[in-house]
Design a protein around this ligand. Structure first.
Ligand code: 4NP
Length: 146
């Protein structure tokens, strides 16, 4: 099956671009992968410099990505939508208009939140990278994406 996967956080400049870049680095063109934010404050911007650096330290280039806000049509366009934390999850759920749309939305760490590194430092971004790297390996296995 050809999966279309959307990674979602708040600003689309820290966590979800990292998730997008990590998944693309593992799967290449085997899946269509994108990311978006529930908020629109950073739309059009490249990822946060600290996220770009954390990714680069692991050989992943996210420098060319651009932030965008989640839109209603994403809930039809994508078949798996991963929220980085419970707040993102609830905001996405509130946008749905069918049980099919609702069923597409998952938390990337299961019951746990990916901590928002925006107000933190480089070590917080490194921690997010590691959490997402492990979570994405599990997602690839669980959904048989490779
Ligand atoms: P992200 O981090 O949701 O992982 O992209 C944030 C980025 C920006 C803001 C909050 C979180 N902000 O408040 O502008």
């Amino acid at each position: 099956m050809n999966h279309k996967i959307l990674m979602v956080c708040l600003g689309n400049i820290c966590r979800s671009p990292l998730a997008e870049g990590i998944m693309r680095s593992k799967l290449g063109d085997q899946v269509l992968i994108d990311s978006a934010g529930t908020g629109d404050w950073h739309a059009g911007e490249h990822p946060d410099k600290r996220a770009i650096t954390a990714a680069k330290n692991h050989g992943v280039d996210i420098s060319k990505l651009r932030a965008r806000q989640v839109k209603a049509s994403d809930l039809d366009e994508f078949d798996l939508i991963f929220a980085m934390d419970e707040s993102n999850f609830l905001n996405l759920q509130a946008m749905t208009s069918s049980s099919n749309q609702k069923s597409k939305i998952k938390m990337i760490l299961g019951d746990l939140n990916v901590p928002d590194p925006y107000w933190g430092d480089a070590s917080d971004f490194e921690n997010v990278f590691r959490l997402l790297d492990a979570a994405i390996d599990e997602v690839i296995e669980q959904y048989q994406l490779s």
